[in-house]
Design a protein around this ligand. Structure first.
Ligand code: HAM
Length: 422
């Protein structure tokens, strides 16, 4: 038997309803905050990710699914969505009418990481990106929106972690101080980090290797190096969160695993998922639009790990079980032929309908209706057709009524819609 690829998964009926519910809750909330959906392709030129996420990141160095297509062009299955949304904003000049644009996008991402709980090679993200707004209020509003989403989805025990990564003006001084600490601890660093400490010392800060973590215990904190504008921005984010009554933790080590961030970075973390504790990652990336050839527009956004969100929501698959409103137990060729038309008409009127096409006995048909937890069973055979009426059984009360054939569809529709809408 051919099996799934490691780190990939199916989302089966019975599970998918919860995913759909989360998705529609996020869509409606985000749309109330002024976001519109954008759909971007699953593959892009490799260069787009290398230039935006950064050559020295784990994602670009080790985790991308990259291959040459038939014309030997390097293409990559997207490891994240931000780079593509930025590309689209630039390519279609979406800034021309109004530089302020707010997009959300939902879909699969691909990273060749070691699979474990909360970490997959194909995983899903719910992204939101805002362009053209420099105000720290929007950073706080994104976190507010996330907290509201989580409360609508019965997610408890999550904590917002925030930090600031400064800007091209203040970051060089921090990098210098960091490089100094790193050069004194080279023997503790993994081989990747020895290289990174020279090229991109910030990357060492999110290395997971324990000895690298140990080497970082004396590392300076970037928020102690912020220029006055970045400090003011960070202060305003914090004050806005306090005003909105959103608890947060200042996390001086939060540098995030992608190179494009400036100023605010944040994660929403949970204790439920062990090592994979971030359910959301996000932040500002003011230089990226310009770096990719667009106008100098600021941007900020986040991505929710959809798979992780599903794992921590208090909602359960059972809350979304889809039972048929009516199960049609039709017997004999004539019974089936008539019932088939009714089944089509019921389903067309928004009634969840299941009909059995086998030649089973009434007893085994009733067993199947029970197993499916159907609300009603309609029984029809030769005898009912001759007598001009079918039997409708309410599976909860066990009450049975006889329904005449003329006007049957309308009568049953009215009865069922009355109870299902009650
Ligand atoms: P990220 O931190 O790489 O950021 O990913 C965001 C979230 O995606 C993570 O917090 C996690 O919940 C989920 N995630 C990442 N990798 C995996 C995986 N292998 N399996 C399951 N879930 C995973 C970004 O992707 C940025 N583009 C976020 C952003 C948007 N920043 C600004 N705008």
């Amino acid at each position: 038997m051919i099996q799934l690829i490691r780190g990939f998964k199916d989302i089966l009926p019975g599970e998918v309803e919860l995913w759909q519910y989360i998705e529609s809750t996020a869509r409606s909330l985000f749309e109330d905050f002024g976001f519109r959906e954008i759909r971007i392709p699953i593959m892009e030129r490799t260069e787009l990710f290398a230039r935006s996420i950064g050559e020295d990141t784990d994602i670009v160095e080790k985790e991308m699914y990259t291959f040459a297509d038939r014309k030997n062009e390097l293409i990559t299955l997207r490891p994240e969505a931000t780079a593509s949304v930025v590309r689209s904003y630039i390519q279609h000049k979406l800034y021309a009418d109004d530089p302020v644009q707010k997009f959300y996008t939902i879909g699969p991402m691909f990273r060749r990481e070691r699979p474990q709980k909360g970490r997959y090679r194909q995983f899903y993200q719910i992204n939101a990106e805002v362009f053209g707004i420099d105000s720290p209020f929007i950073d706080a509003q994104l976190i507010f929106m996330l907290v509201k989403l989580f409360s609508r989805l019965s997610v408890t025990d999550v904590e917002a972690h925030i930090n600031s990564l400064g800007c091209p003006e203040c970051r060089p001084r921090f990098k210098e101080a960091l490089a100094e600490v790193l050069s004194a601890a080279t023997e503790k660093l993994c081989s990747d980090c020895v290289r990174r400490s020279l090229r991109n010392p910030l990357r060492v800060m999110d290395c997971k290797v324990p000895s690298c973590r140990e080497a970082m215990t004396n590392a300076p904190a970037i928020i102690d190096f912020l220029c006055s504008e970045c400090r003011l921005h960070f202060e305003t984010v914090k004050q806005a969160l306090e005003k909105l009554k959103i608890p947060f933790v200042i996390d001086k080590r939060l540098v995030r695993g992608l190179d494009y961030y400036t100023r605010t970075t944040f994660e929403i973390q949970t204790s439920y998922l062990g090592a994979q504790n971030a359910v959301v990652g996000g932040g500002r990336y003011n230089g990226l639009v310009k770096a990719l050839g667009g106008p100098d527009q600021p941007a900020v956004g986040f991505a929710i790990g959809f798979d992780r969100l599903v794992e921590i929501t208090g909602l359960k698959n059972a809350d979304f079980k889809q039972n048929p409103d009516i199960f049609i137990a039709a017997m004999g060729e004539n019974g089936k032929a008539r019932a088939f038309e009714w089944a089509c008409a019921f389903a067309d009127s928004g009634i969840k309908t299941e009909m059995d096409f086998s030649d089973r006995s009434l007893k085994s048909l009733m067993k199947r209706a029970d197993k499916l937890s159907a609300a009603y069973v309609l029984m029809v055979g030769e005898k009912e057709l001759e007598e001009g009426a079918v039997v409708l059984r309410d599976m909860t009360t066990k009450e049975q009524v006889s329904i005449p054939l003329e006007n049957l569809v309308e009568d049953i529709k009215a009865k069922i819609l009355l109870t299902t809408n009650a």
